[in-house]
Design a protein around this ligand. Structure first.
Ligand code: XMP
Length: 516
């Protein structure tokens, strides 16, 4: 997809944990933002013409040898700049101020006093005393030449500064984190008071931009989409259909490892409601046959991934002359794969993640979007809440939630238990608050119980419910006892072969969200 036509705010990444969060906060003010690496050259910045720059925090000391810097010519381009934490210290160091090591540093909630009378643009409307979020060891001893000090805290002589003339400012604290008082006001003051940027990012402009770029990429070519039933591929398909109508054919492969009602809901939504040309393939027997006797998690993942590709390959040839393939890649995936070099814990199989040697041009209409934006667009395009708000589901599906061998009976057992968990979580109004909540079947384990005077010897179901921002870390959800009780009694009463329910109380790390 070509770049958005909206003039961006660049979030310059100095290795912060929070660069994504800053970009999202800017977009929440309806301004398009993109994360760029700190190595970006002045020439590229000039070419791409951002309306403002926000320099992120970072783990290094600006005074350390080899600390990341910005091409110095960028400061001369006249583009408004906000520095946050490391970014603010860098501005101080590069533009005539001074940064010194602190004895103790400041971490977490910290009291900030703004300098009265507060006539700055950046901190306009803020009270004299507030609680901000700090995380730094160095501090700014002297603000850049020509700028005014706007605030201080016990460990930061210069807690914020502003040079109105040059439209350059900095804050030692983190206005992007949710526990920082008045964080949104600081970001909004920078964007609209100091930098005077335009609001150019609404659901309407996002959709218009996406439709235009899909049409210009695809022309009159035929497009196929591997639809998984998840949010991303569903919204991508709906967008492409809106853009090029009948030129799109979707292929949905039922692996036999989907959640309860998923296949039917995909068909009802896409074929019946959107009238999208949908090839629905029931390949469950083939998947189950390939998985027979396999218990190793990585082997299961591999088999499911490969079988998916084979099935997809066989059916895509029925779409004559298709040149384009839709993928629901999101902005965080793009940044991740460009910047991170993380250890492999599990081989992820995206249902859309087809091999590169397929002769397709990729259409990735969600490439510049965050998940919440994708959901908003999905709703705008008329997708039902049951799809838009569906929790993430792994490509290998129930296959990695059945511990031990996967069989048709076990998949059905788990599907029923999982449906009960989903129903009760929904009934308690918790679906959207939880990152994921689902059931796991420990099919390699049986325990003794007693039901109606009879001895039972059945499988346990484990409830897994987590809160998370991005699945990189997660905490186990503190579900109400009454809810756990309802799930437990229903699962045991309604699902044959299950005689015990347990709750997983492991965070990530050290656990992962899925069990395999
Ligand atoms: P873990 O278990 O690694 O999962 O903590 C992190 C997130 O990724 C999802 N997940 C997958 N998603 N293909 C996917 O598309 C996969 O193979 C896969 N494995 C795990 C998981 O549900 C969680 O949201």
């Amino acid at each position: 997809m070509k770049r958005s036509s909206a003039q961006p705010v660049f979030v310059v990444d100095f290795g912060a944990q929070y660069a994504q969060l800053i970009a999202r906060r800017v977009r929440e003010h309806h301004v398009y933002s993109e994360i760029v690496p700190h190595q970006i050259s002045a020439a590229e910045v000039r070419d791409r013409n951002p309306s403002a720059l926000i320099l992120s925090g970072g783990p290094k000391s600006v005074n350390a040898p080899g600390a990341p810097r910005l091409d110095p010519e960028i400061y001369e381009l006249g583009i408004p700049i906000l520095g946050i934490c490391y970014g603010a210290q860098l501005l101080a160091r590069e533009l005539g101020g001074e940064v010194v090591p602190n004895e103790a540093g400041e971490y977490g909630r910290t009291a900030l006093s703004t300098v009265a009378p507060n006539s700055s643009l950046l901190l306009e409307t803020l009270p004299g005393e507030l609680q901000v979020w700090m995380s730094h060891f160095d501090s700014i001893a002297q603000a850049p030449t020509g700028s005014r000090v706007l605030a201080s805290s016990p460990g930061s002589l210069v807690g914020a500064f502003e040079d109105r003339e040059r439209r350059i400012c900095g804050v030692q604290f983190h206005p992007e984190v949710s526990h920082c008082d008045f964080g949104p006001e600081v970001i909004s003051n920078f964007l609209f008071q100091l930098a005077d940027v335009d609001k150019n990012w609404t659901n309407f402009t996002i959709i218009e931009d996406a439709l235009e770029s899909i049409r210009s990429q695809v022309g009159s070519g035929r497009v196929i989409c591997a639809l998984s039933g998840g949010v991303d591929s569903s919204v991508a398909a709906a967008l492409v259909h809106e853009a090029v109508g009948d030129q799109l054919t979707c292929i949905f492969v039922d692996t036999g490892l989907m959640r309860s009602g998923e296949a039917a809901s995909v068909e009802a939504t896409f074929r019946d409601r959107f009238a999208i040309d949908l090839i629905s393939v029931d390949a469950s027997e083939r998947f189950l046959a390939a998985l027979a006797g396999v218990t190793d998690p990585e082997a299961k993942r591999k088999i499911i991934g490969e079988t998916f590709i084979r099935v997809f390959e066989e059916h895509r040839t029925s779409v004559e002359g298709a040149k384009f393939l839709v993928q629901g890649t999101l902005y965080p995936d793009v940044i991740e794969s460009g910047t991170k070099d993380a250890a492999k814990i599990k081989s992820h199989h995206n249902v859309g993640g087809l091999p590169e040697d397929m002769a397709f041009d990729l259409v990735e209409p969600l490439r510049s979007l965050f998940k919440d934006e994708v959901r908003a667009i999905g709703s705008e395009l008329g997708l039902p809440d049951s799809i838009v708000w569906r929790q993430p589901f792994p490509g290998p599906g129930l296959g990695v939630r059945i511990i031990g061998e996967v069989t048709a009976e076990r998949a059905e057992t788990l599907r029923q238990a999982d449906r009960i968990v989903a129903e009760e979580i929904e009934h308690a109004g918790l679906t959207r608050q939880l990152w994921q909540s689902f059931a796991i079947l420990a099919a390699n384990l049986r325990t003794v119980g007693v039901m109606g005077d009879e001895r039972t010897y059945g499988y346990p179901i484990i409830i897994r419910a987590v809160t998370s921002e991005d699945a990189m870390t997660a905490d186990w959800a503190r579900l109400p006892y009454e809810l756990i009780e309802r799930i437990s009694s229903r699962v045991i009463a309604e699902v044959p072969d299950v005689n015990r329910v347990a709750l997983d109380v492991t965070s990530k790390p050290p656990g992962t969200i899925e069990w395999e």
